[in-house]
Design a protein around this ligand. Structure first.
Ligand code: H53
Length: 823
C-alpha cells in the first residue's frame, strides 16, 4: 500500500507550525476563544498539539512495522505508573524550549499549564513505575513493544494528612478528560467468567472441551502513544476498560428486565473501576482476580488477532511475540494462552504448551512470603472452571517430570506443585508462572540469588538454565532531565548531552569532582533544588524548612519492612540528645518523609501518625532551635516526586536486608547526587559497588545475618536492654510524649517492636545511629561531601532502564531494534 502521507499540517514541528496547531486546538478542539479559554483549555490544546506529533510518529511506526518479519515485546502489567505526559513528551520530541517560547508569546505561564495535568496513577509504587520506565526505554531503544494493562477509572487514591493521619480521597484522573488516550471502540474482546465445562468430539473425532460460561463482559481498548527519546519510534500502551456486552442489555430490554440490564452494566463496569491500593502483599479479593484475568485475556486475544492479521501460523507465535509477566498478577496468562490455543484454535496440547513456554518470561519482584499470590482453589475454579482443569493438567504433566527426576521425593512434589495443599487448597501463581515460562528473573543481584537459594530453590534445581538476574533501572529522561533541569544543564556544559541515551558516559564527570569551581556550581544547583522543595513544602504543609540544612529524605510506600520507623527512632534519639544537652552539636537537618500506606494497613498508617506527631513536637520545641525539622510530604506521586529527588542530600534506603527486592527510588536519588545511607539490600548492594564503598554510608545486618538471627531465635529485648539511648527513645514514645500524654496511641507499634520486631529495627538501631553520626560529620566537610555527591551521579549509569531493557532484549526476548524513518 501507499506510504501514509501526514506531513505538513499538524505534523509540522516548526515553531510556526506548532503555534498554528495550538491555536487551532483552542478553537476547534476546545471550542474556545483565546480570551475565555480556561487553564484546562490551554492545557488540553497543548496536549493535543503534542499528541499530533506523537500520532504522526505512531502512524509511521505502525506503517513501517507492518508486514515486516519482526518480534514484538508484550509487557503485561496490572500497573503502569506513568506520571504526567506533557513535559516528558516535550523532552522526548526535543521541543521543550519551543513550547516554552510559544507559551510566553501567548502570554501565560507554562508551569501553570504543566500543573494542570492530572497524572494517571495507575499503579501503587515500584512495580508500576518500573513498568513505565521500561516502556520509555523500549521506545527509546526503538524496540517494537506494546504495554498491556488495565484502564482503572480510579487510580491510586490521593493522600491527605488530617491531624497527622492519612486520609484517602478517590482519584479522579479522568474528570476533565484525558487527551493522551484514544478510545478504540472497534477493538473489543469478550471475556467470560464462571459456569461449567463440557466435553465433546470435534469433527475430526478428537476429544475437546468447551466452556459454557456464566457471564461475559466486553473489553474495550484505550491506546496511549509512548514516544522514545529523540527517536521516531512511538509504541503503544493498550489499556482495557470493561463494559457490558450489548446483547445483554438488548435481551433484557426485550423481556422487560430493565433493572436487570442496568445491574449487568454496573456489574461489568466494576471490573476496571478501581486499582487495588495495596503494594505488596496484594489482597486476595475476587474482584482483583477478575481484573487480572480480564486484562490478560483481552491482551492475549489481541495479540492473536494482530498475529493472524500477518497471516502467521500459530505454532510460530513465539517467534513474533515475547510476553513478559510483570510479577504474578498476569500469570493466569499461561493457562489462558493454553485455553485459546487448544480450545479456541484447535491445537493439540503438546505444541500449544511448547508455544506457551517459549512465549512467556516471568519477572519476580518480591521475596516476602506473604506477597506471593495464592488463590483459593474454590474461588478460582468457580470463576475459571476451564482454567482450573488446564492448570491441573499442566500440574499433572509437570509433577510427572519432577517424579521422574527425583523418584520417591514426595516432599519435593508437594513443595513444587501448582496447588498448595499444606492447609486449604490454593493455586500458587508463582509456580504457574515458573512452569509456563522459559525465563525467570529477579530484579537485583542479591534478590536473584535469594530467589534461587530460597523462594524458588526447587525450580532452580530443576531448570537452572531458566534463571537470570535483570537488575532494575530507571529512566534518566524523567528522573534527571525532566526532574532536574539545573543539574542537566550543568552536566551538559561539561560533557554534552549524549549521556541521556548512554548514561555510562556520565563517568566523564568524574574528573570534575576535583574541580573546586565545578563543585561550587554543583552545590549551587542543589541549593536551588532545595529552595524549590522548601517552597512546595511551605505551600502544602505550612512548615518552614531551611534549605541550608541537610535534606535527609525517605520517600516510598509505607511498609514495616522499609522501616520508616527506624528513621523515626533515630530522629527521636537526636531530639533526646538535644533535650539532655541543649548545646549538643548537631549539623542542622531536615527529615522529609513521603509515601502512601495501604488503606487497610493499620501499622503503616500508625507510622505516618508517629512521623507527624514527632514532627509536631520537635518542630515546635524552642530547645531544638531549628537544628531538627521533621516533615511529612503529603500525596507522594510521580508528579510530586520531581521536586523531591533533586533536592536530597541524603537518601534513606534502610529496609531489613533480604526484604527489598531491588528498590528504584534508591537509584533516582543517587543519580541526582544524593548520598545513600543504606543496608546491604536489593540494588543498594550494586549501587554501593558502582559508586564506591567510600561514597556510601553502609550499616546494619546482612541478609545472611538476618536469617541466622531469625533461625537462632531473635530476642529484641536483648538489644533494648543493652542500649540506654534506645530505651529512652522507646520510652518517649510509650510515655505519650508525642501524643499529648496518650500512652495508648502508639502502644501497638511499641509492643510490636518490643515483643516481635519482625523487621529487626532494634538489632540495627545501634549501627544505624553510629553511621548517622558519621553522616553528620561528613556533611560538615562540604567540599568532600560535594565530591562524593558528584561521584554518585557520575557512576550511576548502570541504573538506567535502557541498560536493563537491553539485557531483557538480548537474553530473554531476543528482539532487535527497528529504526523508524519519518519521511
Ligand atoms: O517492585 C519494585 C522493586 C521493589 C518491590 C516492588 C514490588 C511492588 O511495588 C509490588 C509488588 C511486588 O511484589 C514488588 O518491592 O523492591 O524495586 C520493582 O521491581
Amino acid at each position: 500500500s501507499e506510504p501514509v502521507s501526514c506531513t505538513g499540517g499538524r505534523a509540522d514541528m516548526s515553531l510556526d507550525g506548532l503555534r498554528r496547531t495550538f491555536r487551532e486546538h483552542v478553537f476547534y478542539t476546545q471550542g474556545r476563544f483565546p480570551s475565555v479559554a480556561t487553564r484546562n483549555d490551554l492545557y488540553m490544546a497543548f496536549a493535543y498539539t503534542v499528541r499530533d506529533q506523537l500520532l504522526h510518529r505512531w502512524i509511521k511506526t505502525v506503517e513501517q512495522m507492518a508486514g515486516k518479519d519482526l518480534k514484538i515485546v508484550s509487557y503485561l502489567s496490572a500497573e503502569f505508573l506513568l506520571g504526567p505526559h506533557l513535559e516528558n513528551n516535550l523532552i522526548n520530541l526535543g521541543i521543550y524550549d519551543d513550547v516554552l517560547g510559544i507559551a510566553k508569546e501567548e502570554g501565560f505561564d507554562i508551569q501553570v499549564i504543566f500543573d494542570q495535568e492530572e497524572e494517571p496513577g495507575l499503579g501503587n509504587g515500584g512495580l508500576g513505575r518500573l513498568a513505565a520506565c521500561y516502556l520509555d526505554s523500549l521506545a527509546s531503544l526503538e524496540v517494537p513493544a506494546i504495554g498491556y494493562g488495565i484502564r482503572y477509572e480510579f487510580g491510586i487514591f490521593d493522600q491527605e494528612i488530617r491531624d497527622g493521619w492519612q486520609v484517602e480521597r478517590t482519584d479522579q484522573w479522568l474528570r476533565l478528560g484525558n487527551p493522551w488516550e484514544l478510545a478504540r471502540p472497534e477493538i473489543t474482546c469478550r471475556v467470560s467468567f464462571g459456569g461449567r465445562t463440557e466435553p465433546y468430539q470435534d469433527d475430526r473425532g478428537r476429544y475437546r472441551v468447551r466452556w459454557i460460561p456464566h457471564r461475559t463482559v466486553k473489553g474495550v481498548a484505550y491506546d496511549t502513544p509512548i514516544l522514545g527519546y529523540r527517536v521516531n519510534t512511538c509504541n503503544l500502551l493498550r489499556l482495557w476498560k470493561a463494559e457490558a456486552i450489548e446483547s445483554f442489555e438488548f435481551e433484557a430490554f426485550n423481556v422487560g428486565d430493565y433493572y436487570g440490564a442496568v445491574d449487568e452494566k454496573i456489574y461489568s463496569e466494576n471490573i476496571t473501576k478501581v486499582l487495588y491500593p495495596n503494594d505488596e502483599p496484594v489482597q486476595g479479593k475476587q474482584l482483583r482476580l477478575e481484573q487480572q484475568y480480564f486484562f490478560v485475556s483481552c491482551s492475549l486475544q489481541d495479540m492473536l488477532r494482530i498475529y493472524k492479521l500477518g497471516g502467521g501460523k500459530l505454532d510460530r507465535f513465539s517467534r513474533h511475540f515475547a510476553i513478559q509477566l510483570n510479577d504474578t498478577h498476569p500469570a493466569l496468562g499461561v493457562a489462558e494462552l493454553m485455553r485459546l490455543l487448544v480450545d479456541e484454535e484447535g491445537m493439540d496440547w503438546e505444541p500449544a504448551w511448547d508455544v506457551t513456554c517459549k512465549t512467556f518470561g516471568y519477572t519476580n519482584h518480591t521475596l516476602l512470603p506473604e506477597a506471593l499470590e495464592k488463590w483459593p482453589v474454590e474461588l478460582f475454579a468457580g470463576l475459571f472452571p476451564r482454567h482450573m482443569e488446564i492448570i491441573y493438567e499442566i500440574n499433572r504433566r509437570f509433577l510427572d517430570e519432577v517424579r521422574r527426576r527425583w523418584p520417591g521425593d514426595e516432599a519435593r512434589v508437594a513443595r513444587m506443585s501448582l496447588i498448595d495443599e499444606s492447609g486449604g487448597r490454593f493455586v500458587r501463581m508463582a509456580h504457574l508462572a515458573c512452569v509456563g515460562s522459559h525465563a525467570i528473573n529477579g530484579v537485583a543481584e542479591l534478590h536473584s540469588r535469594l530467589l534461587k537459594e530460597d523462594v524458588l530453590r526447587d525450580f532452580h534445581e530443576m531448570t537452572p538454565e531458566k534463571f537470570s538476574n535483570k537488575t532494575n533501572g530507571v529512566t534518566p529522561r524523567r528522573f534527571l532531565v525532566l526532574a532536574n533541569p539545573g543539574l542537566t544543564r550543568l552536566i551538559e556544559g561539561k560533557i554534552g548531552d549524549t549521556w541521556i541515551r548512554r548514561p555510562e558516559e556520565l563517568r566523564k564527570l568524574e574528573p570534575c569532582a576535583d574541580d573546586p569551581a565545578f563543585r561550587e556550581e554543583w552545590r549551587r544547583v542543589k541549593l536551588e533544588n532545595k529552595k524549590n522543595l522548601a517552597r512546595v513544602i511551605r505551600e502544602r504543609t505550612g512548615i518552614e524548612v531551611d534549605p541550608a540544612s541537610m535534606f535527609d529524605i525517605q520517600v516510598k510506600r509505607l511498609h514495616e519492612y522499609k522501616r520508616q520507623h527506624l528513621n523515626v527512632l533515630h530522629i527521636i534519639a537526636l531530639y533526646d540528645r538535644i533535650k539532655r544537652n541543649p548545646s549538643y552539636d548537631l549539623c542542622p537537618r531536615t527529615f522529609i518523609f513521603g509515601g502512601k500506606a495501604a488503606p487497610g494497613y493499620f501499622m503503616a498508617k500508625l507510622i505516618i501518625k508517629l512521623i507527624n506527631s514527632v514532627g509536631d513536637t520537635v518542630n515546635r520545641d524552642p530547645d531544638v532551635n531549628g537544628r531538627l525539622k521533621v516533615v511529612f510530604f503529603p500525596d507522594l506521586n510521580v508528579k510530586n516526586a520531581k521536586f523531591i529527588y533533586p533536592a536530597a542530600d541524603l537518601s534513606e534506603q534502610i529496609s531489613t536486608a533480604g526484604k527489598e527486592a531491588s528498590g528504584t527510588g534508591n537509584m533516582k536519588f543517587s543519580m541526582n547526587g544524593a548520598l545513600t545511607i543504606g543496608t546491604l539490600d536489593g540494588a543498594n548492594v550494586e549501587i554501593r559497588e558502582e559508586v564506591g564503598a567510600e561514597n556510601f554510608f553502609l550499616f546494619g545486618l546482612t541478609a545472611e545475618e538476618v536469617y541466622s538471627l531469625k533461625r537462632d531465635g531473635y530476642r529484641p529485648m536483648e538489644y533494648f536492654q543493652a542500649n540506654p539511648e534506645l530505651q529512652r527513645v522507646v520510652e518517649r514514645i510509650a510515655s505519650g510524649y508525642f501524643s499529648n500524654g496518650d500512652r495508648e496511641l502508639f502502644k501497638p507499634l511499641v509492643d510490636a517492636l518490643m515483643f516481635h520486631d519482625t523487621f529487626m529495627l532494634f538489632a540495627d538501631f545501634g549501627s544505624y545511629a553510629d553511621v548517622q553520626g558519621r553522616v553528620d560529620e561528613a556533611y560538615r566537610d562540604r567540599e568532600h561531601w560535594t565530591r562524593m555527591s558528584i561521584l554518585n551521579s557520575a557512576r550511576m549509569g548502570k541504573f538506567s532502564s535502557d541498560r536493563a531493557i537491553r539485557e531483557y532484549c538480548e537474553d530473554i526476548w531476543k528482539v532487535k531494534p527497528v529504526p523508524i524513518l519519518l519521511e
